[in-house]
Design a protein around this ligand. Sequence first.
Ligand SMILES: Nc1ncnc2c1ncn2[C@@H]1O[C@H](COP(=O)(O)OP(=O)(O)OP(=O)(O)O)[C@@H](O)[C@H]1O
Ligand SMILES: [Mg+2]
Length: 285
Amino acid sequence: MKNADQNKQTAEGGDNGVLRIKNLTKRFGAHLVLESISLGIEKGKTTVVIGPSGCGKTVLIKHLIVLLRPSSGEVYFKGRRIDNLREQELNEVRMHYGFLFQGGALFDSLNVFENIIFPIRQHFRINDWKVVEDLVKSKLSMVGLDGFQNYYPANLSGGQRKRVALARAIALNPEVILYDEPTTGLDPIRADIINELVLKLRRELGITTVVVTHDMKSAYKIADRIIMLHRGRLVADGDAEHIRNHPHPVVQQFINGQVSDEDLAALRMSGTVSQTQFMPRDFAK
Ligand SMILES: Nc1ncnc2c1ncn2[C@@H]1O[C@H](COP(=O)(O)OP(=O)(O)OP(=O)(O)O)[C@@H](O)[C@H]1O
Ligand SMILES: [Mg+2]
């Protein structure tokens, strides 16, 4: 589907949505971040969320796992309303999710093994350590880090840390995985390793995936569907081709990395650069 009809379907949430958001509005004080968003996330597909910095991408996916509660609107996981559950009930629901949040750091004081089993320990009392060891081995193997169990995060590269965080995110065989900027800060090759892993997880485990990214190369590579947020609303929704050819100037500016006139005005770039330069003698006056 490559036309505006898809937006209509999205607005209704779609019937086979594992995750559904209905009329989600989120305010922080007077600041309206998301305005009446409706969205269905399809099972087994990879949905990529794009949009300018500060437009509400992280806020949106935090609602999918109810790390934030809506100001109004509803969130459903497999048909069950979850935005109004108590923390304890939510913890059970969250067992079905893996998530890798922006700056989603590993625990520095724990080694790779302990980091990966952290979510398991949160939910279960471990009796059979052999099973857990096998699990950690298999997850590390899946992310290409065989034998790294005893490393501490400080001794890993940025890309390796992201991969350990990914191994942790898949520790409990989630049905849904949410990634917030998984490739940010990585060089193009390491970023592509993460892309390949996202594809592999979807292919081999059929995981429903939602990825927030700024990186259009990653988006085109991994997405079954791309949605773009702008000023609290969905401005585009479709496959890579639909987004590439989207008529909305905001979409074209974003995917081509161009600054809009409006943004330039906001940055007050009209002043000359020399007006913003200070010399050491200026401080001494
Ligand atoms: N807990 C909070 N309290 C108040 N304001 C918040 C909170 N979380 C987010 N915001 C505001 O909501 C807006 C959207 O933030 P969000 O983190 O979702 O942006 P983003 O699209 O993920 O940006 P980036 O691409 O830079 O990560 C921002 O203006 C931010 O300041
Ligand atoms: Mg963000």
